[in-house]
Design a binder for this molecule. Structure first.
Ligand code: URA
Length: 200
């Protein structure tokens, strides 16, 4: 199944009640061979209308953060835990997250990124089980052979400008880690096991 096949399956999904209130599904976007994947929580109002992730104010700030480390959004894969907007932007329930997770796992398996950056608590907890973003942001977490780099959600810095400094310094750390991960991949023969057990 290609990445576009996965997206097409997501577009017709009605596995949970979020499908009833959505305008458009937001499967995610980016290059098939992206080294870096960002995972947010779920589409907001603008994303629901456009069918694209992170196109509102949090997305503009994400673009700025990427620019700090010389990346453009077209170079990374951007996706969410749930693909349909939770009404009123509420946090998606565990049932909704669980219904949607096989799609994200299929996307991760297909793209096989070197690093997955979780944005905010929902993505962190859903993918790693870790509950405290304030404890683990800016640190590399390894879970079942996948490397996660948790960051605060860009929207959090829009509400609380004091978090901007934290997000920006975590972004620089992400770049350091990404460079190390990529160079260790090229210097080692052993590294194609990354995603397997997580994705089974
Ligand atoms: N917030 C998210 O978590 N995802 C989006 O796509 C937009 C805002």
């Amino acid at each position: 199944m290609s990445l576009e096949d996965i997206a097409n399956n997501i577009r017709v999904c009605n596995l949970c009640s979020l499908s009833k209130s959505r305008t458009l599904v937001v499967p995610g976007e980016g290059p098939v061979d992206a080294e870096l994947m960002f995972v947010g929580e779920g589409p907001g109002a603008k994303e629901d209308i456009q069918g694209r992730p992170f196109v509102g104010s949090a997305g503009k700030y994400l673009d700025t953060l990427l620019g700090l480390i010389g990346l453009k959004r077209e170079e990374v894969f951007i996706v969410n835990i749930v693909k349909c907007r939770p009404p009123g932007n509420r946090v998606p329930s565990w049932d909704e997250r669980k219904a949607c997770l096989p799609y994200l796992k299929a996307q991760i398996k297909y793209i096989n990124p070197n690093l997955i950056c979780t944005l905010g608590n929902t993505a962190l907890e859903t993918l790693t089980g870790e509950k405290s973003i304030s404890r683990v942001h800016g640190c590399l977490l390894r879970k079942e052979n996948i490397q996660f780099f948790p960051m605060y959600h860009p929207a959090a810095a829009l509400h609380n400008p004091a978090l901007r400094y934290t997000l920006e310094s975590d972004m620089h750390e992400l770049k350091n880690i990404l460079d190390k991960v990529v160079s260790s991949l090229y210097s080692s023969e052993t590294n194609n096991t990354t995603l397997d057990s997580f994705l089974l």
